[in-house]
Design a protein around this ligand. Sequence first.
Ligand SMILES: Cc1cc2nc3c(=O)[nH]c(=O)nc-3n(C[C@H](O)[C@H](O)[C@H](O)COP(=O)(O)OP(=O)(O)OC[C@H]3O[C@@H](n4cnc5c(N)ncnc54)[C@H](O)[C@@H]3O)c2cc1C
Ligand code: FES
Length: 282
Amino acid sequence: MFKILKKRELNEQVTLMELDAPLIAKKALAGQFIIFRTDELGERIPLTIADYDREKGSITIIFQKVGKSTIQLGSMEEGDSILDVVGPLGVPTHFGTDIKRAAVVGGGVGCAIAYPSAKALNNMGVKVDIIAGFRSKDIVILEDEMRAVSKNLYITTDDGSYGTKGFVTNKLSELIDSGADYDLVVAIGPVPMMKFVCEVTKPHDIKTIVSLNPIMIDGTGMCGGCRVKVDGKTKYACVDGPDFDGFKVDFDELMRRNSAYKNQENESKTHICRLTGGVRHG
Ligand SMILES: Cc1cc2nc3c(=O)[nH]c(=O)nc-3n(C[C@H](O)[C@H](O)[C@H](O)COP(=O)(O)OP(=O)(O)OC[C@H]3O[C@@H](n4cnc5c(N)ncnc54)[C@H](O)[C@@H]3O)c2cc1C
Ligand code: FES
């Protein structure tokens, strides 16, 4: 059992939880994730390790309550325990050597996944610019944390209610055109956002790492659920990723595969089990 040590609502939909998980905290690195199950009938759900404290033996997860399992997790409180947390899973992000200046681009809750990458680059002595995009001011998250690990933090909002009006890709183009000599761009967020970031960086030949979020089940390379096409070859995001060279990813196929269970996902939010009278698990 994994005890919830701390719970903080970052906005109406996004929750931060610190979990007691000493063995995972001991090994976790930027780019890795866990898979949790709230109880024995729960789905297996992947979430990025947003932070870890090796001395305290804790990890931090930040998640958006988008459907049944994340809403269920969000309803748990400090002191409650989660049945299973498996990890750290996936390959830690490999940024490469000789990186002097990097842009880390996060979209919405993707900023929670981008934050550990920015922190790791900052710790390596890289000059990091973070471009964080949100729909509007009321859902901005982790502003202080991102500012602390970057030289410059640029916030964009779709409606202009905070920071610069527009998309992260507009700000990234503007910075590149005005002479920002990035050796690396890390883009994490909705799949279309990552696709368009790659379209901005490719003509400038700036290495671009993306973190993919296909549907995962076992997280150990056995079920094939998380397969993605990279450079024309099948890769398993849970063991070969989740980070990949953005120029080689087939984003359109990923979008198609991620929407394959939309009807069932919507149904599971409201389904009342005739046997238990409660919301069905799994
Ligand atoms: C490696 C990885 C890291 C992730 N890290 C984070 C994170 O740090 N914070 C965060 O908010 N979200 C993260 N996600 C996405 C998160 O796993 C989904 O939001 C979650 O699974 C939704 O489950 P649900 O039952 O609440 O919603 P549902 O209504 O079941 O699904 C909503 C959407 O979530 C995705 N999804 C559903 N089931 C799975 C699954 N088993 N595996 C992957 N995606 C699924 C699908 O795109 C689906 O359309 C990550 C995904 C991956 C693959
Ligand atoms: S989640 Fe099963 S192979 Fe990756």
